[in-house]
Structure formats: structure tokens, C-alpha cells
Design a protein around this ligand. Structure first.
Ligand SMILES: Nc1ncnc2c1ncn2[C@@H]1O[C@H](COP(=O)(O)OP(=O)(O)O)[C@@H](O)[C@H]1O
Ligand SMILES: [Mg+2]
Length: 256
């Protein structure tokens, strides 16, 4: 895993400066939570990193080197909000995951790699033969995560990956993210508009407001002693007690 760093990053659309000279570091093996209201520029940062939004200024680097924009191997992989549109309904789960493996493999090796990836996201290997229509939203999001991991990325970006899910399965996905970080030492930029979600998984938090990072630091410090007015407002909006409670543990993912 690696260090992702943004230096003075600006993303401009025709009429909008969506990201305004942002500096942000995702340290090796850590989850950095990026939180802020809708329209604050979070997705624009994510999309710029993976080459889907225009970079009009600044640098994006991995271990100090400019991120390669082309090539089959993509060191940064992204998972999106909507697990219903991110998978081809005609393909089996196994084929969808295998398609994301960047190198060619023989049939047996391919099968065992798909099994390994399903195992990483706590899905039964028998799911390989299923189609997305047979899966719940939570299970689809696990498949999307497996696809992202298939490229053995150095950094993973998760953009609102629990926002489209029923509240009852959000906790299981958040626990999976935490487990994956522990097991794989993933470096991850974890984006959500929901501070309670971000603080559950992230060791550091960056707060975004109108295209700028207004506050950044270790999660516990930012939450205990927010410096910025906007961070205080976000905190005030989180129901008391919700953040301290652990999402329900699900050992078996079959239930979501
Ligand atoms: N493709 C686009 N073209 C024009 N404006 C966009 C585009 N994508 C996002 N924006 C604008 O950029 C700003 C930031 O959006 P976005 O990065 O999606 O924020 P967030 O993910 O925090 O909700 C918003 O004002 C949004 O309307
Ligand atoms: Mg967004």
C-alpha cells in the first residue's frame, strides 16, 4: 500500500470551482474520511484522482510520483454509491470480478482468484455463479468492492458506498471496510456526507466545505475539539450516542 497525496488540487467545471486548491494526504495503511455536505466537492476529488474529473491545477501523487493516467494497471480503484448500476446484470458475479483482474489467468487460477476475492469481502464462493439480480444491495456492494480489489490497488476510494443501502446493512459494510483495512493494510479515502459513518471507519478526518478542506486531523482530535465552525455544525447534526454505538456485527454476509 502507498501514500496518496493531493497538492493544491483544483477541479473546475464550466461554471463551478468544485475543488479549490486542496491539499490532502492519505497515509499508508490508513483510512482517511472525507466528510462534507452535498455539493462540497468530495466526489470531484475522488473522480479527479481516478481520471474522471478534469484537473485544472495542482498534483496528484502516489508515493511522491505523479499518478499514471494511462495503462492497464490502475493503482487507485474506486467504488461508487450505487451498487445497482455498477454491475452488469447479464454477467455472473464471478465473471464480473474476473473481468477486473488485470492480468490473464488460466481457468483454475482465475477461479481461485475469484474465490479469494469473494472471501475477502465475506461472500460465499457459491455466489460466483449468481447474477446481480439475485443479490441484495449490500451483497452487490461487496461484489463492487471485490472488483475494486481485483486490481490489487494501492489505494481504494469509496464514495458514499453505504448511502444507497438500507440502514440495517450499512453497519455490516462498514465493518467489512474496517476488516479489509486491517487484513490488507489498505490505504483508503472514505467519502461520506454522514459524519457518524466516517468516524466509525476513519483514523483521520478531513472536513470539506465549498470546495475547500476546512479542517483535517486524527478523528478523535477533530471530533473532541473541532476548530472550524462548519465541523461543529456537522457534529451537532449527528444524533448523540449514535457514533459511540458499534454497527451490528455480521459474521455471515448472507444476511444482507
Ligand atoms: N460534471 C459536472 N459538471 C458541472 N458541475 C459539476 C459536475 N460534477 C459536479 N459538479 C458541481 O461541482 C460541485 C461539487 O460537486 P461534487 O463533487 O459532486 O460534490 P459532493 O460529492 O460533495 O456532493 C457542485 O456544485 C456540483 O454541482
Ligand atoms: Mg458526491
Amino acid at each position: 500500500m502507498s501514500i496518496l497525496s493531493l497538492h493544491d488540487l483544483t477541479v473546475r467545471y464550466r461554471h463551478t470551482v468544485a475543488v479549490d486548491r486542496v491539499d490532502l494526504v492519505v497515509p499508508e495503511g490508513q483510512i482517511v474520511g472525507l466528510v462534507g455536505e452535498s455539493g462540497s466537492g468530495k466526489s470531484s476529488i475522488a473522480r479527479a484522482v481516478v481520471g474522471l474529473a478534469p484537473v485544472s491545477g495542482g498534483r496528484i501523487a502516489l508515493d511522491g510520483r505523479d499518478l499514471p493516467r494511462r495503462g492497464r494497471r490502475r493503482p487507485v480503484q474506486m467504488v461508487f454509491q450505487d451498487p445497482y448500476s455498477s454491475l452488469d446484470p447479464r454477467m455472473t458475479v464471478g465473471d464480473s470480478i474476473a473481468e477486473a483482474i488485470p492480468h490473464r489467468l488460466g481457468r483454475a487460477a482465475r477461479r481461485s482468484e475469484v474465490e479469494r476475492l469473494l472471501h475477502l469481502v465475506h461472500l460465499d464462493p457459491a455466489r460466483a455463479g449468481h447474477r446481480p439480480g439475485q443479490l441484495s444491495g449490500g451483497q452487490r456492494q461487496r461484489v463492487a468492492l471485490a472488483r475494486a480489489l481485483a486490481g490489487r490497488p494501492e489505494v481504494l476510494i469509496a464514495d458514499e458506498i453505504t448511502s444507497a443501502l438500507d440502514v440495517s446493512v450499512q453497519g455490516a459494510i462498514l465493518n467489512l471496510v474496517r476488516d479489509m483495512q486491517r487484513e490488507l493494510g489498505l490505504s483508503m479515502l472514505f467519502i461520506s456526507h454522514n459524519l457518524a459513518v466516517v468516524r466509525y471507519v476513519a483514523s483521520r478526518i478531513a472536513v470539506m466545505y465549498q470546495g475547500r478542506i476546512v479542517e483535517e486531523g486524527p478523528t478523535a482530535e477533530v471530533l473532541a475539539d473541532p476548530r472550524d465552525d462548519y465541523t461543529r455544525q456537522l457534529l451537532a447534526a449527528v444524533p448523540t450516542g449514535a457514533g459511540g454505538r458499534r454497527p451490528v456485527r455480521s459474521a455471515e454476509s448472507g444476511c444482507d
